[in-house]
Design a protein around this ligand. Sequence first.
Ligand code: HEC
Length: 458
Amino acid sequence: MRAKHPLLFVSSLAGFVAMAGCRQDMHNQPRYKPLAPSDFFGDGRSARPVVEGTVARGHLRIDKARYTGKENDMDVTEFPFPITRADLLRGQERFNIYCSPCHSRIGDGNGMVVRRGFRQAASYHTDKLSKAPIGHFFDVMTNGFGAMPSYASRVEPDDRWRIAAYIRVLQFSEDAKAVHDANIQSKAVYLNIPFFIGRALIYFAVWFLYSHLLTKWSAEQDRTGDERLIGKMRAISAPGLVVFTITATFAFIDWIMSLEPHWFSTIYGAMFIIGEMLESFAFVIALMIVLSKLSAIKKFIMPQHLHDLGNMMFAFMVLWAYLSFSQFLIIWAGNLPPEIPWYVSRLRGGWGWVALTLVVFHFATPFVLLLMRGIKRRAHRLFRVCLLMIALRLVDVYWITEPAFFGQNIRIHWMDFVTPLAVGGLWLAVFFGQLRSRPLLPMRDPRLQGAPREMVAF
Ligand code: HEC
């Protein structure tokens, strides 16, 4: 059919084009806002009330256990639907997204957020949680627990079950730690029990050999006065310093650093060895002062000797402080995730006070005291500084070791007292046994006679 009125056709076409170009978005349409008044219905409302019992789509939760994790107010013990491999994989994925920041990928409660100072999250590997019914995990995710917020808004109910299933997997897998932790796995070549014990045997063998040879030759010299023995002792002692440094570094890495296998520090060995030297000086000086009251060595000990020994102790104390602070400074400045948690757990909670005690009494106080001649040259005063040093060395080792077990919470355990007493007691018993069995002074050492003049501290 042909248009009889071209004008009408053109104008209606123009109108059509204009209308098509004119956007009218859905959200601009005339409509009632929810609950807005309207006179369309008799009761003045714009919409009809929903029929009683109406449920929003996707919210028909007849299966109560599935959406609350509870039945008759008790946590359910069975999964509401069969868990397949796909469910577990999904659970693992959701777990790693939502839970691992605090609970860690292996569920030990030491996730990144916790290592940066958030409240310690629960470990799933405790007795309590291993035995907890599965509904409990669902409930914790749905409603939160203590410091842990609810995850209901982020993890939909079925995913919560899948996460719970994955937590069960973590709990069941006995060596979940090593399996999930590539870092630890790569260290397993070194950090395994047979090699660990083997190394400890080597350290002790080397140390025992050295102490055996040195005491044997020293006793021989007391007997025979053979001067060549001094040369022999020197000849093994010089490389012995290197041997000792290497074995002791490995020993401290094995025995203390490996308690936290993720963490490492290259200053560690030196820090401990210098601390050990400091402790040895404090111990030997204190013992010498006591013995000088009781025995004939008194006449060989001049104030100058005490002064020199006090200076040596001072030097090692400052070196200890330097190394300890360097480690702190480097790690703090680097602020790297694998490194910083070591300090975070040692500076929070009560541990901060212990650290402060170390700064004040292991460093600042002896620093001032040992600068004074009047203290270094008087036996009874130096003796007290030595006791302070010995006590604070123990605190330092405690501060370094203990947080590896309990994280940020100080927990005093009876073993904390019994272990130093037992191990230290054993050592002291052997030490005093040896000390008693031979003369206190190396009477035939030619250097002894020249001691007061040359001011050699033996
Ligand atoms: C922001 C850190 C954080 C996140 C993320 C987190 N949790 Fe927790 N969770 C905690 C803390 C902290 C506790 C210990 C709560 C307390 O004792 O106050 C805890 C405790 C728990 C407990 C133990 C409850 C009990 O009975 O002792 C379970 C189970 C748990 N969380 C599961 C999960 C699951 C599953 C997720 C992932 C959906 C998750 N958490 C995510 C911090 C977190």
